[in-house]
Structure formats: C-alpha cells, structure tokens
Design a protein around this ligand. Structure first.
Ligand SMILES: CC(C)(COP(=O)(O)OP(=O)(O)OC[C@H]1O[C@@H](n2cnc3c(N)ncnc32)[C@H](O)[C@@H]1OP(=O)(O)O)[C@@H](O)C(=O)NCCC(=O)NCCS
Length: 153
C-alpha cells in the first residue's frame, strides 16, 4: 500500500500515542505529544497508508538555524520498509525550507537500529550526553550539515 507523509492532525493523536507506547521504554505522555503538536505544527508529521498511521516524526527549529529531530517512531509491523528514512528526509526538507543549516538529534547509545538509520543519512556523532535518558543511559548527539548532501544512498 502506498505510504503518504503529511502534517499530523489532532485526531491522529490516539494512534500516534499507541506507536509511542510500542516504541519507547519511557514513552512521551499523551499530553506532551498533544502539546508538541500544538507547538510545532507542520513539523509534526505522520506517515500513513489507507488504513493506519505507520509512523510519525517531530521536529523543531532552534536558534533559527538548527533543525532538531525530537522524535521518530515507526509502528512495529511497518518497520524495515524505508518509512523511518522517509520521515527523516521529510523533516530535513522542511528544515531546509525554513533556512536551517544543520539538523541534529539525540539518540540512545545502545539503539543500534536508530544509529544505523542516522549514520546512513550522514549524521555524525559530535558528542555524548551522559545519563540523558536516566542513570547509565547515555545519548549521542548527532549532527548533519543540511547543505552538503552526503547521504550514503
Ligand atoms: C528507528 C526506526 C524509526 C527505524 O524505522 P524503519 O522504518 O524501520 O527504518 P527504515 O526501514 O527506514 O530503515 C532505515 C535504516 O535503518 C536501519 N535499520 C532499520 N531496521 C534495522 C534493523 N532491524 N537492524 C539494523 N538496522 C536497521 C538500516 O540502516 C536502514 O537502512 P537500510 O534499509 O538501507 O539498511 C524504528 O526502528 C523505530 O521506530 N524504532 C523504535 C523507536 C526509535 O528507536 N526511534 C529512534 C529514536 S532516536
């Protein structure tokens, strides 16, 4: 089935929250997702087919020139089909259109699948936040220059 990516709507929140619960050990609360949708508008995007929401991503512009990938998650049964990659690319396209020079994100140092996704999309580790996700759970900060397209594919 064809997957389309567009702006999330209020009525998508229930399904987005279910994906959040299936995807993270410390999921964002429903009300936080709702607030992010209000705050970040068109940078809160969903991938959907005719039946379901397959995944979502949230971005923000920081300090006028930095795109921040706040979260990406794909429903388990839709994983490994390129949807995570497409959500990331769509956010980067929005960041560029908003004059951002860089895109950056935090990722759990033990999340090898997400690390693969970001490395393949040309993100480089530029530092580590110790205990970012709780004691002993560190995050890499990864960054990409949005105007040097070095994607590995
Ligand atoms: C990380 C996540 C968003 C990837 O979504 P996805 O739609 O399955 O990813 P894609 O199919 O677009 O794959 C993109 C790349 O990710 C990597 N990847 C995806 N699944 C993988 C797996 N099972 N093992 C290793 N690498 C994998 C690969 O590098 C892949 O590129 P390739 O297919 O060209 O090899 C998804 O696994 C997810 O929702 N995980 C739980 C939430 C999470 O960890 N989010 C990231 C927070 S920072």
């Amino acid at each position: 089935m064809e997957i389309k990516i567009n702006k999330a709507k209020q009525e998508d929140l229930e399904e987005i929250y279910n994906i959040e619960l299936q995807s993270f050990s410390t999921p964002y609360p429903y009300m936080l997702l709702r607030s992010l949708m209000i705050l970040f508008g068109e940078l809160f995007i969903v991938a959907r087919d005719e039946e379901n929401i397959a995944g979502y991503a949230i971005g923000a512009i920081r300090h006028r020139y930095m795109g921040h990938v706040i979260s990406i998650a794909v429903k388990p049964e839709y994983r490994n089909r390129g949807i995570g990659k497409s959500l990331l690319r769509t956010l980067e396209t929005y960041f560029r259109s908003m004059n951002a020079l860089y895109s950056y994100l935090e990722v759990d140092t033990s999340n090898s699948i997400a690390l693969n996704l970001y490395r393949k999309a040309s993100y480089l580790v530029m530092g580590t936040h110790k205990d970012y996700y709780g004691k002993g759970k560190h995050a890499f900060v990864m960054i990409k220059n949005l105007h040097h397209n070095l994607d590995l594919e």
